[in-house]
Design a protein around this ligand. Structure first.
Ligand code: B12
Length: 254
């Protein structure tokens, strides 16, 4: 088979298979009107939509306009050529297996501290992981007998997080960041990682030397842990069991 025939070219599906029609929405910082619609069409063209139509435009106050544009995508995707990153690097364990591993190999409870940092008040995500009621049918880390959880809640200052992690001798720090405006989630996470590096100077000389740093939230898919200075990122749909299994993988040695 030639390389050409091994390709699997796909186009979006709008009304009929392969018609390449897609819909996008965006806001431009201009007043609503015919000129604004033409600006939206020009942007759509530069995005590779040809032909394109403004199917909806609405003033968002006097100086902004919201658009929905429907158009034909001119770009193609070779589906066969896509490389899918490998799945999780650790084995999924049951709560009983997690408890047994911590008890047998660590010989004490594993201590985690969790918080939403910065001005972020979206606690539902971190609570889904930590609170006993859990998420998606799985109990949260508070349910695990061998895990000691300190959930500090919302809008925790980085300095307070570091102080609490030190006070309870945390094995892992779990931080949630949901608001992404002006890349707040990136800045706050980097600031948090830097504060831990400073507070645990041995971490700069090799080895972990500080608590395991885990960050989670729905919009971290554009960055890697090393970009942020953390050990692991968890995204949309994470369940408590995955986090508990990762803690064993990363902290509880055979
Ligand atoms: C509920 C909610 C609120 C509630 C929060 C209540 C609370 N106690 O949490 C309230 C009403 C307070 C609120 C306020 C605001 N909100 Co709000 N909110 C939402 C909403 C509707 C749902 C978020 C949620 O609970 N998701 C469910 C949880 C389970 O999902 P999750 O957070 O992604 O968590 C999962 C994973 O990401 C992961 N995870 C998350 N954290 C962590 C941490 C670790 C350690 C790990 C391992 C995993 C992990 O595991 C979780 C389970 O799978 C979203 C829109 C949406 N549909 O997502 C907007 C949204 C997040 N809010 C938004 C905004 C703008 C705001 C406000 C600024 C609005 C305003 N102008 O006042 C304020 C900000 C307040 C603040 N200071 O932070 C925007 C954010 C936009 C952006 N790009 O940043 C969103 C996306 C809505 C939107 N489309 O505009 N909000």
């Amino acid at each position: 088979m030639t390389v050409e025939t091994m390709k699997q070219i796909i186009r979006p599906y709008g009304d009929t298979t392969g018609d390449a029609m897609i819909q996008v929405s965006f806001t431009l910082p201009v007043p609503h009107g015919p000129r604004a619609d033409l600006a939206a069409l020009q942007l759509a063209g530069k995005m590779g939509l040809d032909p394109a139509s403004v199917v909806h435009s609405k003033a968002m106050g006097p100086d902004f306009t919201f658009f929905i544009v429907y158009g034909k995508a001119t770009h193609l995707i070779d589906y066969a050529g896509i490389e899918v990153p490998e799945g999780r690097e650790f084995e999924l364990l049951t709560p009983a297996q997690v408890n047994a591993a911590v008890k047998a190999r660590l010989g004490r409870r594993l201590v985690v501290v969790g918080a939403c940092i910065g001005t972020d008040a979206h606690t539902v995500g971190i609570d889904a992981i930590l609170n006993v009621k859990g998420f998606a049918g799985e109990k949260g880390l508070e349910y695990y007998r061998e895990i000691e959880v300190h959930n500090l809640g919302a809008q925790v200052a980085v300095g307070d997080l570091v102080a609490r992690a030190k006070a309870v001798d945390a094995d892992a720090v779990l931080v949630s960041q949901v608001v992404t405006q002006k890349s707040a989630h990136i800045h706050n996470t980097k600031q948090m990682a830097a504060a831990f590096a400073e507070a645990y100077p041995t971490s700069l000389t090799g080895g972990l030397g500080r608590p395991l740093l885990i960050v989670g939230g729905p919009r971290f898919d554009t960055v890697t842990p090393s970009d942020l200075g953390v050990d692991r990122i968890f995204g949309k749909g994470t369940t408590p069991g995955e986090v508990a299994s990762y803690l064993v993988h990363a902290l509880v040695r055979e």
